[in-house]
Write a protein that binds this ligand. Structure first.
Ligand SMILES: NC(=O)c1ccc[n+]([C@@H]2O[C@H](COP(=O)([O-])OP(=O)(O)OC[C@H]3O[C@@H](n4cnc5c(N)ncnc54)[C@H](OP(=O)(O)O)[C@@H]3O)[C@@H](O)[C@H]2O)c1
Length: 314
């Protein structure tokens, strides 16, 4: 049976399935988070960049106030955006997220990307990327995150979109270890090498876009999400499960935490109902064979940044 939680290197338990909230629109995200908590989600993945922390927080506080859940049973993640990598920016941004949520502490705070941009740069430049680059070292940023733990503003800290070498560099220069590396992970990009590397060092992989961002189906330049592969649908039929459930089970079976996003009640229920079946070796081998190392989020406008992470193999 699949584990419902994974123990992090600081002893904290991470619920394996969380709710993603990127692109969850105002007017939808509050209901999605409430539904998720009602049906058993305890892990909510958020970020300052998503611009919806106030609504997510409203839903969380309402569920706590009505006694459905206690704060200590929830695992709330947020992330520091690229413009704010200077050490002095970290605590103010962390406090800004907490204030938007209306919470006293986070469970996990991540460096969203290893590369920084100037503080006044557009949040996601669409052209002339180079002119917005900052050369703040993510090891400096990490020191700011460590302060967040020392001040009690977050229980754990981690990284996101870091390659193996970058994870290693943080580990060699830290006083508090990163507990996770959150990276794109689905059968098209199964991250087996990075997962093995991180596991050996006690860092858990959290997989984003686990469903291959299904709304991108047919979008030129983007990988076809595996949940639309008829063979994956056939695998699902054997277990009376949907393609999304097959894919999420496959990832969690490798010790990866998954954070599928949905604002649709039936899908929110579906995406956490993955713990009652075991894929056969043959089915896992088929899913392994889907790996194409194709990314939905290459952020290739940053490929000339000294801290760009996707130029190496993993
Ligand atoms: N660290 C990072 O840099 C980073 C980058 C990207 C994402 N993330 C995090 O990871 C989360 C997940 O990634 P994502 O949102 O990009 O992609 P995803 O979870 O792979 O896919 C989300 C899409 O799939 C649909 N969907 C949900 N459940 C489904 C199901 N059972 N069957 C078919 N379609 C389904 C959703 O539609 P509906 O909502 O309409 O149901 C939405 O369009 C994000 O929300 C965010 O929290 C982190």
């Amino acid at each position: 049976m699949l584990p419902k939680t994974i123990k992090l290197n600081n002893g904290v338990l991470l619920p394996t399935v969380g709710l993603g909230t990127y692109k969850s629109q105002p007017g939808q995200v509050e209901e999605a988070v409430k539904t998720a908590i009602d049906v058993g989600y305890r892990h909510i993945d958020c970020a300052w960049f998503y611009g919806n922390e106030a609504e997510v927080g409203k839903a969380i506080r309402e569920k706590i106030a009505s006694g459905v859940v206690k704060r200590e049973d929830l695992f709330i993640t947020s992330k520091l955006w690229n413009n704010f990598h200077a050490e002095k920016e970290v605590i103010p941004k962390l406090k800004e997220s907490l204030s938007a949520f209306g919470l006293d502490y986070l469970d996990l705070y991540l460096i969203h990307w290893p590369f920084g941009t100037k503080v006044d740069a557009p949040l996601l430049p669409t052209e002339n990327h180079e002119k917005y680059f900052s050369d703040v070292d993510y090891v400096e940023t990490w020191k700011g995150l460590e302060q967040g733990v020392k001040l009690g503003l977050t229980k754990s800290i981690g990284v996101s979109n870091f390659n193996a070498e970058q994870v290693e560099r943080v580990l060699k220069n830290c006083t508090i270890k990163p507990v996770v590396n959150q990276v794109e992970c689905n059968p098209n990009l199964n991250q087996k090498k990075l997962n093995a590397f991180c596991k050996e060092r006690g860092v858990v992989l959290v997989g984003y876009c686990p469903l291959g961002r299904s709304e991108y189906v047919g979008k030129p330049g983007f990988p076809e999400p595996t949940i639309f592969d008829p063979k994956v649908a056939d695998i699902g039929k054997k277990y009376n499960k949907t393609p999304a459930q097959v894919v999420l089970n496959y990832l969690v079976g490798q010790g990866i935490s998954v954070i599928p996003k949905s604002v649709t009640q039936s899908r929110i229920i579906e995406n956490i109902d993955i713990f009652d079946f075991t894929l056969s070796e043959e089915d896992k081998a088929y899913l392994d064979s889907c790996n194409k190392n194709q990314r939905i989020c290459p952020l290739d406008g940053f490929k000339n940044h000294k801290y760009y992470s996707f130029s190496s193999e993993f």
